[in-house]
Design a protein around this ligand. Structure first.
Ligand code: NAD
Length: 269
């Protein structure tokens, strides 16, 4: 595999894209640490991959939990080559006008704490080990890192903020550590929303359908989480990417080339 002997730490590795990344990285020869807030998902990982995964129950908003996850991963597997900031919550498209004033401040604080502060604290915890291994950082972005309308203002602004982290940390950590990102489009996962908006038990597919997602994408298919894992392997591997830092791969099924008259120009091909 492309990641033979490598060690990665993935936040939110318990379901959806993070879980697909755990499986793909193991298949490529890596061993994997996970920081995940759901104890059930952590237990499932431990049961499925007793040898290859060390999964820690904790919250990405906590510096101590990030430090513990890095510490346990290095203690178990001896090194850290790649940190993937991935845990996040969505806002189900809650708009400025629709979010009640009394909930807006707490909703911002909660969503930004997970989606932005979580990436920052994870990078802080992982950076010394990554400098040592001359490894890399990868953040999961979204189409909402570049375009409006894939979420509400809270989610869209949080993913734009993560773009700033990619650029600044790529600058600060060069030349030792490469910092890159992958920006997926919609997929079926366990993605939920902030408690402050009452969305903690609402999943993305409760408010979006496979057909609706397929229809807006120029490539006209409904991607599965595993369909997004290839770019992460490319960015994490030690070959073929010596020139890549500060790069954000749009894995968005062509959203950036959506047409005005038709979603895709070749629908009749
Ligand atoms: P998911 O909910 O299946 O996976 C995220 C995981 O993070 C969950 O297991 C959850 O328990 C965990 N998590 C949430 N908050 C946490 C916290 N505070 N501390 C620790 N763990 C926490 O959702 P997903 O869709 O796989 O999301 C993964 C990434 O993909 C996110 O960054 C998301 O923004 C991004 N993304 C998703 C979509 C989509 O359509 N699903 C589209 C674009 C981008």
């Amino acid at each position: 595999g492309a990641l033979e002997g490598q060690v990665a730490l993935i936040t939110g590795g318990g379901s959806g894209l993070g879980r697909a990344l755990v499986e793909r990285f193991i298949a490529e020869g890596a061993r994997v640490g996970v920081l995940e807030r759901s104890a059930e998902k952590v237990a499932q990982l431990a049961a499925d991959f007793p040898q290859q995964v060390v999964a820690v129950t904790g919250d990405v908003r906590s510096m101590a939990d990030n430090d513990t996850a890095v510490g346990e991963t290095v203690a178990r597997f001896g090194r850290l080559d790649c940190f993937i900031g991935n845990a996040a919550v969505w806002d189900h498209g809650a708009s400025l006008l629709d979010i009640p004033s009394e909930r807006l401040p707490d909703a911002f604080d909660e969503l930004f704490a997970i989606n932005v502060k979580g990436y920052l604290l994870g990078a802080k915890a992982a950076a010394p080990a990554l400098v040592k291994s001359e490894g890399s950082l990868i953040f999961t972005l979204s189409n909402s890192a570049f375009y409006p309308g894939g979420g509400g203002p809270l989610y869209t602004a949080s993913k734009h903020a993560a773009v700033g982290l990619v650029r600044q940390l790529a600058y600060e950590l060069a030349p030792k550590v490469r910092v890159n990102a992958v920006a997926p489009s919609g997929m079926a996962s366990d993605l939920r929303g902030p408690q402050a908006l009452g969305q903690q038990d609402t999943r993305i597919m409760d408010s979006r359908s496979p057909d609706a997602i397929r229809a807006i994408l120029p490539l006209q298919f409904f991607p599965e989480p595993k369909d997004f894992t290839g770019p992460y392997v490319l960015l994490a591997a030690r070959g073929d990417n010596r020139t890549l830092s500060g790069v954000m791969i749009n894995a968005d099924c062509g959203l950036g080339i959506r047409g005005i008259r038709h979603v895709a120009g070749g629908l009749n091909l």
